[in-house]
Design a protein around this ligand. Structure first.
Ligand code: NAG
Ligand code: NAG
Ligand code: NAG
Length: 327
């Protein structure tokens, strides 16, 4: 957190007056569509290496299990959940934007896994674990779940919702519209839920604060085996052990991610900050990369307790995963 903020603050101080006047400029958002071009997706994160990624060169990074990501000739990225031959948890994968975004409207078009036990996600995640979720559990063919977390504070069943959608195995556009004071979730352009910062509190919200993501975040997509979780609550939530039948893998096709950056007044802008000097690089620290299939180590609000949709926020695995180089 500290390592992350310092260069941003330093850069903000150097920013042109017009930008500086709007204050608190962070992230390195660029408006546009990410189509998962293989050449613009970094896929070579090796344990023990520390790639320094140029965000102008790479849109996305496969955080682990790059063999689980294929790039069909028809476009997009296919994320596989691969059955473990010995019956342990299937291997999933996760792909993150290389750029941090602080407020913007981000839409992903994808077809989710629809086998009970499998989980398909599209979320935001900040270094301090502010998190905004779309999560689809394979046992629910006609619904998708939203959630929101603040500072990684574990909190149960207070901030989630379940929203109707016709057949999650078909392509749908899932939107997270994240503004300074309101957050909304939409499917196929129809707003399903809106959260207002002013009224977003709950018993575990620190005094004087709001349960509201407010730090620069990566946007991430992933598939994971919820049914194999050691936590019965998580497993039940996901739909129990995956019944593979004759299959050895199942895949979710993500077609694209659209990003619309907002400025400090929530106006749509081509990029933010305007001079795009902040945060030009992302440095991954793969020594912290998970190698286990345990969904607790796969981020994305993975630990569930009790009946759905109860979430204990993601285990503190990814806190040190990414940091930003000083300019
Ligand atoms: C910038 O952030 C600081 C610290 O969080 C806050 O006190 C200040 O009001 C913010 N300024 C603007 C213009 O949002
Ligand atoms: C990042 O890539 C862009 C585009 O290829 C290039 O212009 C720029 O010099 C690169 N930055 C660094 C620090 O290598
Ligand atoms: C999934 O299984 C299909 C059919 O067996 C195979 O063609 C494909 O390569 C597999 N995908 C992965 C990522 O293993």
């Amino acid at each position: 957190m500290t390592a992350f903020l310092l260069p941003l603050l330093a850069a903000a101080a150097l920013a042109p007056a017009a930008v500086q006047a709007q204050a608190n400029v962070t992230g390195s958002c660029v408006t546009g569509r990410i189509t998962f071009d293989r050449l613009r997706t970094y896929s070579n994160v090796l344990p023990g290496s520390t790639p320094k990624l140029n965000v102008s060169t790479y849109d996305m990074i496969i955080d682990y299990a790059s063999k689980n990501v294929e790039f069909p000739s028809t476009g997009g990225a296919s994320l596989a959940l691969i059955k473990d031959p010995s019956g342990k948890a299937a291997t999933g994968t996760r792909v993150s934007t290389t750029r941090y975004i602080l407020y913007g409207k981000v839409t992903a078009r994808f077809s989710a896994l629809s086998l009970p036990g499998a989980v398909t996600t599209f979320i935001s995640m900040s270094d301090r674990k502010d998190e905004i979720d779309w999560e689809i559990v394979g046992k629910d063919l006609n619904s998708a779940q939203t959630n929101v977390f603040y500072k990684g504070i574990p909190e149960f069943a207070l901030h989630g919702s379940t929203e109707a959608v016709a057949d999650v195995s078909k392509p749908h556009e899932y939107t997270i519209d994240w503004k300074h004071n309101t957050l909304s979730w939409a499917i196929d352009g129809v707003v399903k839920r809106t959260l207002n910062k002013d009224t977003s509190i709950s018993p575990l919200t620190p005094p004087g604060e709001r349960w509201y993501p407010s730090t620069p975040s990566l946007f991430q997509i992933s598939v994971w085996d919820g049914g194999a979780s050691d936590s019965k609550g998580t497993s039940d939530w996901a739909g129990g052990a995956i019944q593979w039948g004759s299959r050895s893998n199942i895949t979710a096709l993500y077609e694209w991610i659209d990003i619309q950056c907002y400025d400090d007044h929530d106006n749509p802008v081509p990029k933010w900050p305007a001079d795009a000097t902040v945060n030009p690089d992302k440095k991954a620290a793969p020594s912290n990369q998970p190698t286990s299939n345990d969904p607790k180590q796969q981020g994305n609000a993975a630990v569930r307790v009790g009946a759905a949709p109860m979430a204990l926020v993601a285990a503190a695995v990814f806190g040190g995963l990414v940091s930003v180089l000083a300019l």
